[in-house]
Design a protein around this ligand. Sequence first.
Ligand SMILES: CCC/C=C/C(=O)SCCNC(=O)CCNC(=O)[C@H](O)C(C)(C)COP(=O)([O-])OP(=O)([O-])OC[C@H]1O[C@@H](n2cnc3c(N)ncnc32)[C@H](O)[C@@H]1OP(=O)([O-])[O-]
Ligand SMILES: Cc1cc2nc3c(=O)[nH]c(=O)nc-3n(C[C@H](O)[C@H](O)[C@H](O)COP(=O)(O)OP(=O)(O)OC[C@H]3O[C@@H](n4cnc5c(N)ncnc54)[C@H](O)[C@@H]3O)c2cc1C
Length: 669
Amino acid sequence: MSNTKVNPDLQRERDKCTFNVTELINLIDGGVQKTEERKKQEDMVLSEGIHIEDVPSEYLSHKEKYELAVKKACLLFKVIRKMQEEDNAGMENYRAVLGGKLGSAILQDGSPLTLHYVMFIPTLMGQASVEQQVHWIGRAFDLNIIGTYAQTELGHGTFIRGLETTATYDPSTKEFVLHSPTLTAYKWWPGGLAHTANYCIVMAQLYTKGQCHGIHPFIVQLRDEETHMPLKGIKIGEIGVKLGMNGTNNGFLGFDHVRIPREHMLMKNSKVLEDGTYVNSPSSKLAYGTMMFVRVVLVTDMCNYMAKAVTIAMRYSAVRRQSQPKPNEPEPQILDYLTQQHKLLIGVASVHAFRLNADWLWNMYNNVTAELDAGDLERLPELHALSCCLKAVSTADAAECVERCRLACGGHGYMLASNLPSTYGLTTAACTYEGENTVLLLQTARYLVKAWQQAAGGNALTPTVSYIATVNSGRRLPPWENTIEGIIKGFQRVAAGKIGLCVSNIEKRQNTGLSYEDAWNMTSVQLASASEAHCRAILLYTYYTETEKIVNTVSPALRQVLLQLVDLYVVYWALQRLGDLLRFTSISEKDIDELQRWYEDLLTKLRPNAVGLVDAFDIRDEILRSALGAYDGRVYERLMEAALRSPLNAEPVNSSFHKYLKPFMQGKL
Ligand SMILES: CCC/C=C/C(=O)SCCNC(=O)CCNC(=O)[C@H](O)C(C)(C)COP(=O)([O-])OP(=O)([O-])OC[C@H]1O[C@@H](n2cnc3c(N)ncnc32)[C@H](O)[C@@H]1OP(=O)([O-])[O-]
Ligand SMILES: Cc1cc2nc3c(=O)[nH]c(=O)nc-3n(C[C@H](O)[C@H](O)[C@H](O)COP(=O)(O)OP(=O)(O)OC[C@H]3O[C@@H](n4cnc5c(N)ncnc54)[C@H](O)[C@@H]3O)c2cc1C
C-alpha cells in the first residue's frame, strides 16, 4: 500500500491506530505465509488486467454485460488453470480466485460460471460413485465441460419433494427418460444454465418399475459440445433481468422425453440396477448434500461482502466532513458522530464474529462429512440444523450490514461507483437462494423442538443444544450478570425460553384439536424467532470462545482491540434484544443503563482504530472498486472521474434535445 497523496484525514487516522495492522492482516489470513499466498494469487489475477474495463460495465446492455461476464469468467479460469499447473491445489484455487472478495471484484454483477464450481463439481464429488467421478471430474475441473445445478422449478423452489420433473427408467434400453410434464415443471433459476453450461445436474423424481422413489441427481448433456446448440428435446433460455447478479445467466430448462444412459444417474448413495431394481441410500437426505455444502460456504462469503462494505463506508466516513455542531469550529469528520460509529463499528465486529463462526462450522462440516463417508450419520441432523440457521442469519445480517453501510454514505452511497449497490445485490440474493431464510430457520426449529423434548425426557443432548438442559436445571432465574459470559448465558436462556414456549404452544394447540401441522404453522412465527435466538446464542458463544483461544498468541495492543470488538458485538446484540432479555432473564433497568454506557464507551475506545481495523481487511483498490473506499481517500476526485466516464458525457448535447425536448418546449410535439 503506497502512502502517496493520501487524504490527510485518512492519514491521521492511520497514524493514530494503536495496533499493528499487518499483525491483524496475518491473523485474519491464518498466518504470514497465508497472507503471502493470498497476495500472490491476487497479483496473478490482477496482473491479467481482467478487471480493467474500457466502458464501465454498468453502462452496457444486458446482452453486452453477459458477453463481458463470459469473457472475464474464462480469463479468470485461465488463471486457475495456471495455478493448478503450479500447485495442483484443486478446489482451494477455485475458491481463492472465484470466492468472495476477488471473484466479485472482477465480476461485480456475478459470474456465469459460479455454479460450475459452487454446485456442479461439488455434486459430482459428493453424489457420484467412484467410477462416475473418474469419468466426469477431470473434465469438469479442466472446464472441458461446463455445468450447473438445476433443482428449482417454476412452481417449486423450497418444497423440493414437490418437484415435477421426472426421470423414468426404461430397462429395455437401459436409459432414463427425463420429462417436464407441465409448465411449472420447467427448471427455473440455475446460474449459467441459459447460454453458458453444456451439462447440468438435474434433480428429478426417479421412477422405476412403476414406483416413485423421490428426487435424485442426474447428469444431463444440454448442448452439443462443438456447436453449443441445445440437444433434441431440450428447451432452454434465460429468465430475464433481476435486482442484481445480472451476469449470472440464470436460465430455464424443459425436457421433452430426453433419454440419458443409466450411468448418468449419480449413484454414490442410491442406485438403479440394470433391470430397474432400486437400491436405497443410507438416508434420503444425502441427496441434499450439495445444498448443505453451499450453506456452509456462504457464511464465509458473507464475511467478505461485509468486509468490503464496511471498508468503503469507514474510509469514506473519515474523509467526509459534514455539519457544524460547534460554532466557529471546522466541520467534523462524519466518523466523529457517535451514530456513525454505531452504524459502522458493529460491521467490523460482525466480520470477525462470522469469520470465526464460519471457520468453526467449516471444521464441523469436514468432520461430519468424513463420518458420513464412513457410514456414520449420527451428527448429520445437528450439522443440518446449524448450517440452516447460520446461513439464514449470516445472509440476513450481511444484507442488513451492506445496506446500512450504503445509507451511512449518504447520497454518494447510492451511486454504483461506490460499489455498495451491487454488493447489496449479491448479498440480498443469498437470503433467498440455497434455501429461503424463513424456511431454513424453521428447519432448525424442528431440531430445537426435538432437542427440547429429548431434554424433557432426561436424554443427553448434542453439544450445540446442550445449553437447553443446563439453563433449565435451576428452579429460580439466576441473577443477571453484566459480563460477556453473563450476556451469553442470557442469550441461551432466551433461546431455551423461546423453544420451551413453542413446544408448549404447539401442545396447547394440539389439545384444542388442531393437527400437529396446523399447530406448527400457528406457532411458526415464534418458531422462527426461537431459531434465530438459538443462532444468536451460538454466534456470541463461538465468537467469544474462539477469540479467547487466539488472544494469547497476539501482541497486547492487538489483544486489547480484539477483545473490545467481542465486547462490542455481544453488548450490541444485548441492546438489540432487550425485550427478549427482559422477558426471559432477570436483567434490570439499572443493568440496561450500564449496558448502554458500556456500549457507548466501547465505541469511543474503538474510534481511534476504526480505519486501521478496516485496513486490516486488506482489500486492494482493484478489488474494492469503490470511488468512496479507495485506500488514498481521494473520494471527490474519483467520483468526478467516474461521472466523466458516463457515455452521456461524451457529447455536449444529446440528440434527444433536437428530437423531443426542443419540439416539446416549442409546442411542436
Ligand atoms: C451461488 C448459489 C446459487 C444458488 C443455488 C441454489 O439456490 S440451488 C437450490 C437450493 N434450494 C434449496 O435450498 C431448497 C430449500 N429446500 C430444502 O432444502 C428442503 O425442501 C427442506 C429442507 C426445506 C425440506 O425438505 P423435506 O421436505 O425433504 O424435509 P422435511 O421438512 O420433511 O424434513 C425431513 C427431515 O429431513 C431433514 N433434512 C432436511 N434437509 C436436510 C439436509 N440437507 N441434510 C440433512 N437432513 C436434512 C430434516 O431435518 C427433517 O428431519 P426430521 O425433523 O424429520 O428428523
Ligand atoms: C439469485 C438466485 C440464484 C439462484 N440460483 C439457483 C440455482 O443455481 N439452482 C437452483 O436450482 N435454484 C436457484 N435459485 C432458486 C432458489 O434456490 C429458490 O428461489 C429458493 O430456494 C426459494 O424458493 P422459492 O423461490 O420457491 O420461494 P418460495 O418457497 O415460493 O418462497 C416464497 C415465500 O414463501 C415462504 N414459504 C415457503 N415455504 C414455506 C414453509 N414451508 N413455511 C413457511 N414459509 C414458507 C417463504 O418463506 C417465502 O416468504 C436461485 C435463486 C436466486 C434468487
